[in-house]
Design a protein around this ligand. Structure first.
Ligand SMILES: [Zn+2]
Length: 254
């Protein structure tokens, strides 16, 4: 099976946070999109690998993903080594995506940093005919990175306004991470009710940069080619003040 877009995250909820809207949007446009979680998230303070896998699959279904795999590399101890590189290369060769997206290269979580390096290097090495890994050589033509803890200057922004409710739905599928049972769960950054609001604030800010309600930024070190100037979107479209005002009025009525 061949995918159009393949996204990698260190933990089973990473991709949803930084890239969920983009993947949902592309799946709705008919592109085959997939997610690979590098670890099962077993070092997370709440949930178990089994619970987190079930939540990840539920979320993938909400997002319309064609596949969601887990490589079960060690959580909180992710390393860039022969074993992890081979695992990422083999999954790139298996799905032969046109676009590969991993985490941004600056972040405070060591797993995110290593995932960034792993995905970036694997996307190149997967194309080497003699690299000792299974599968036919494949080098994805486009690689990009999504933002988690650190937000930086994006290379381009995707308008995710139309799919925003679904992004929040996918995040909420990770009940063990973003929900909080007072008696059993450990208080973390992400199960604070403010966390999803913070994700939303960033998405609104990024959206505002392109006159949209919500956006996700992507970084790429490549220079990307454009064939059709008419496919570029500038100042003339996107901003929907009427919808924004309606949202505010609705929330006041509650
Ligand atoms: Zn993470």
């Amino acid at each position: 099976m061949q995918l159009d877009v393949l996204a990698f995250g260190s933990h089973p909820d990473d991709v949803e946070i930084g890239l969920g809207g983009t993947l949902i949007k592309h799946a709705r446009m008919g592109y085959k999109c997939g997610i690979v979680d590098l670890t099962a998230g077993e070092s997370g303070s709440n949930g178990t690998p089994e619970i987190r896998r079930a939540e990840a699959l539920k979320s993938a279904e909400i997002m319309g993903m064609t596949v969601r795999d887990c490589l079960e590399l060690p959580d909180a101890r992710l390393q860039v080594n022969e074993k992890s590189m081979r695992a990422v290369i083999e999954v790139i060769r298996r799905y032969k995506p046109k676009v590969v997206i991993g985490p941004y290269w600056k972040d405070r979580h060591p797993d995110h940093l290593r995932a960034s390096q792993l995905v970036r290097e694997a996307a190149h090495l997967a194309g080497l005919r003699r690299y000792p890994a299974d599968g036919e050589p494949h080098r994805p033509p486009v690689t990009a990175q999504f933002f988690l803890a650190v937000f930086d200057e994006p290379s381009f922004i995707i308008d995710i306004s139309d799919v925003y409710e679904t992004k929040i739905g996918a995040l909420c599928a990770h009940q063990s991470q973003f929900g909080m049972a007072e008696d059993t769960d450990w208080k973390t950054l992400v199960n604070d009710p403010q966390f999803i609001r913070m994700v939303q604030s960033r998405d609104q800010y990024v959206g505002s940069l392109i006159q949209a309600l919500y956006g996700e930024g992507l970084y790429t070190e490549q220079k990307l080619a454009v064939d059709d100037l008419m496919s570029l979107r500038g100042w003339e479209r996107g901003w929907k003040p009427k919808l924004a005002v309606e949202n505010i009025m609705e929330s006041k009525e509650e």
